[in-house]
Design a protein around this ligand. Structure first.
Ligand code: ADP
Length: 285
């Protein structure tokens, strides 16, 4: 009898625990939903006034009225730059919260790789010229001319990686290759037996120490975390890139040697995974 009582008590404790856990899980899910709703609303409320500030400071920096002196024009330019950085941060936080809430919807369509190549060239050739760096984008023979993917999101990833490559390179240059994965690349197991397209962004910049390879893909992590950092940035870019690549059914692999340069390779399956094929809302600009 004692044994039955004790068993019943234990059963009761277990049932209570289970109820408690279910309740906690529900609470957590609700809190997480509040958090992403809050971030989405907040980002919207912040962007609206910021846009006015950007438009007005731009027109002042361009001295449209013609009656500003050099110092005033420089001040307007600084306001505009600071505003642009803030807008970038807000957009990054919004993207990250969308991804975390599982609300980043993909718009999968045919992406002609020649168009993609042309746009990357157009976006970055002036940066290359300004920094006096080599810059080339090539498409290897033998890969399909059209990729089924979310072209806008893929371009966001490429722009981010190429932007970083230019940011951390002072001599040599940046090379983009669209082709099959390099034979030397160790491919994640999840791709076994799949045909892959690789977009590699190679630079001859400062490089990344091996012990930081994982860190820099986490939000807000940078190789140089000191307050007197030489390079600007939020540390959100790579976290967003990796999550988007994963949403597209792919991955990002990093190879780097300090002082020599880095290569970030975006791997994409030739056929997108099933869930990615659901059409969603238009990707916001
Ligand atoms: P951000 O560039 O805004 O700091 P990212 O997430 O894009 O954030 O990058 C995180 C960190 O990874 C950078 O601060 C830098 O330390 C390192 N990093 C990224 N790309 C490169 C690169 N091409 N060469 C050297 N370091 C890089």
């Amino acid at each position: 009898r004692d044994k039955t009582d004790s068993l019943n008590r234990q059963r009761q404790v277990l049932e209570d625990l289970q109820l408690d856990t279910e309740h906690k899980a529900e609470e957590l899910a609700r809190a997480s939903q509040y958090k992403s709703d809050f971030l989405a609303n907040m980002s919207h409320e912040l962007r609206t006034p910021l846009n006015s500030l950007l438009i007005l400071s731009r027109s002042l920096a361009d001295n449209e009225t013609g009656n500003l002196d050099a110092e005033q024009i420089e001040s307007a330019r600084i306001i505009h730059d600071a505003g642009s950085n803030l807008l970038r941060l807000i957009n990054d936080i919004l993207d990250l919260s969308k991804i975390e809430a599982g609300k980043m919807e993909l718009v999968v369509d045919d992406l002609p790789l020649a168009d993609f190549e042309r746009r990357l060239r157009r976006t970055f050739s002036h940066v290359a010229q300004e920094k006096k760096l080599d810059f080339d984008v090539t498409i290897d023979a033998g890969i399909p001319p059209v990729l089924r993917t979310d072209g806008a999101r893929l371009e966001q990833v490429a722009n981010n990686l190429i932007g970083n490559a230019f940011k951390f390179t002072v001599s040599g240059g940046v090379n983009i290759r669209i082709g099959r994965p390099d034979a030397a690349l160790v491919l994640p197991e999840k791709f076994a037996g799949q045909a892959l397209v690789a977009i590699s962004v190679a630079d001859t910049g400062i490089g990344i120490p091996a012990e930081k390879f994982d860190h820099i893909f986490h939000a807000f992590e940078q190789v140089d975390a000191s307050t007197s950092r030489q390079y600007g940035g939020t540390g959100l870019g790579l976290a967003i890139c990796l999550r988007i690549a994963e949403l597209l059914g792919g991955d990002i692999i990093l190879q780097s040697e300090q002082g020599k340069g880095s290569t970030f390779t975006v791997l994409l399956p030739e056929q997108p995974p099933e869930p990615a094929a659901t059409p969603g809302e238009a990707t916001p600009a």
